[in-house]
Design a protein around this ligand. Structure first.
Ligand SMILES: NC(=O)N[C@@H](CC(=O)O)C(=O)O
Ligand SMILES: [Zn+2]
Ligand SMILES: [Zn+2]
Length: 427
């Protein structure tokens, strides 16, 4: 790749350089100027080359909900968003709770030939919260971690057993913290719930379960990952756990960083998401925690649903919003352009940091690293238009936002899998 601007993740410096890639083994051979002649040259002048992003939390809906998203459509959307790897949550139908189902996801991902799709396996059989799955068997089949995302594991004793078993296997457990006895049928954070006369989902439903699981992680030595942290109280619990040396990481979504319950448009259930958009104070606390490193990484929690499914009112519409194609431009525009965070720090928290938390092979701009790269255009400002998405899901509240930092090309394993200049994902 020639003429691109490379970003050094260690010192945030940028320099003009070329990258020589060995596409057969999917590795970066060398970086610099005056590199040996390549068989094929890709001109990336005017673009900034970054390691491809890693999303620790997406929903690609296959098997069972292919009308919302397939592994192929989700993977195309991912590479269009600059991602080289995603961790795919197992709340499908049937859920990914056996080695055969893990293999099914891996096979669909290989057929799609876009990004790397790492399956997450269920903590409990059929995500019923009653019996543990066979962690060793799931691990041999290739899961990147364990989660019952979509639901919390309600039974503390069972979660304790799960964390003991996970500690023995070395797998990271990603928790969806929601105590159903507190959350009930709540759909919005209290002030918005009151304003729109719908049942509330109070913050304690999330933070009480986070507190429980942090205590269990300390007892069991398990590696715990907190999904979609959304509250000031959750951030305090996380800081407490880190100060005690627990092996815990946490993610925050772009929507919990950029929106609060005050942003919600009553007419638009695309704002309905779990955990709900919280108070402005919670949003600011999450942002501060992401900036200071208490919250480690970004996850989109890309959760596609159809327009029809969303158009049934606040009580019955499913929770979730898509985000994988817009997360980098949103955060580049609102964090980096505003001077809140450096470009290299944002990129690190969207690539290296999630890869390390789940023991994935690391990408990076250095010889020998995986040739998982994305080239982004940091200049051109463009409106977010969901009808241009590759995802089947169009459910985003960010429609119309003007952002810059759009991915233009993505390479995975040394192969070009997205090239906006050709308007086609080549699979
Ligand atoms: N985040 C959501 O609102 N929805 C997710 C489930 C989840 O992440 O809990 C989904 O699967 O739709
Ligand atoms: Zn969740
Ligand atoms: Zn999720």
């Amino acid at each position: 790749m020639q003429g691109g601007c490379l970003l050094d993740l260690l010192d945030n410096s940028q320099e003009q350089a070329d990258i020589l890639i060995e596409s057969e083994h999917g590795r970066i051979l060398s970086i610099g100027k005056d590199l040996p002649e390549a068989e094929q040259t890709i001109d990336v002048a005017g673009l900034t080359l970054l390691p491809a992003f890693v999303d620790p939390h997406v929903h690609f809906r296959e098997p069972g909900f292919e009308h919302k998203e397939t592994i192929a459509s989700g993977a195309k959307a991912a590479v269009a968003g600059g991602f080289g790897s995603v961790l795919c949550m197992p709340n499908t139908n049937p859920p990914i709770d056996t080695p055969e189902r893990v293999e099914y996801v891996l096979q669909k991902s290989a057929e799609a030939g876009a990004c790397r799709v790492w399956p997450m396996g269920c903590i409990t059989r059929e995500q019923k919260g009653e019996q543990l799955t066979d962690f060793a068997a799931l691990q041999s089949a290739g899961v990147a971690g364990l989660s019952d995302d979509g639901k919390g594991v309600q039974h503390g004793g069972l979660m304790r057993q799960a964390l003991f078993a996970a500690a023995a296997s070395g797998l990271t457990v990603a928790i969806h913290a929601e105590d159903e006895t507190i959350a009930g049928k709540g759909v919005l954070h209290p002030a918005a719930a009151k304003k729109f006369s719908v049942p509330e989902q109070p913050g304690s439903s999330e933070s009480a379960m986070i507190a429980r699981d942090l205590l269990l992680a300390e007892e069991t030595g398990a590696r715990l990952h907190l999904c979609h942290v959304s509250l000031e109280s959750a951030v305090s619990l996380l800081a407490w756990a880190k100060s005690r040396g627990l092996r815990v990481t946490a993610e925050v979504t772009p929507h919990h960083l950029l929106l609060s319950e005050e942003s919600i448009d009553e007419e638009n259930t695309f704002y309905k998401v779990n955990p709900p958009l919280r108070s402005e104070d919670d949003r600011k606390a999450c942002l501060r925690a992401f900036l200071d490193g208490t919250i480690d990484m970004i996850a989109t929690d890309h959760a596609p649903h159809t327009e029809e499914e969303k158009a049934v009112g606040w009580l019955s519409a499913p929770f979730g919003m898509v985000g994988i194609e817009i997360v980098f431009p949103l955060l580049y525009t609102h964090l980096v352009s505003r001077g809140l965070m450096s470009l290299s720090e944002l990129v690190k928290r969207m690539s290296l940091v999630p890869a390390q938390a789940f023991n994935l092979p690391a990408s990076g701009l250095r010889p020998g690293a995986l040739a998982d790269l994305t080239a982004v255009d940091l200049q051109t400002e463009r409106r977010i238009e969901p009808n241009r998405f590759y995802s089947k899901g169009r459910n985003t509240p960010f429609t119309g936002w003007m952002v810059r930092g759009w991915p233009v090309m993505t390479m995975v394993d040394g192969k070009m899998v997205f090239d906006a200049r050709q308007k086609e994902v080549q699979c």
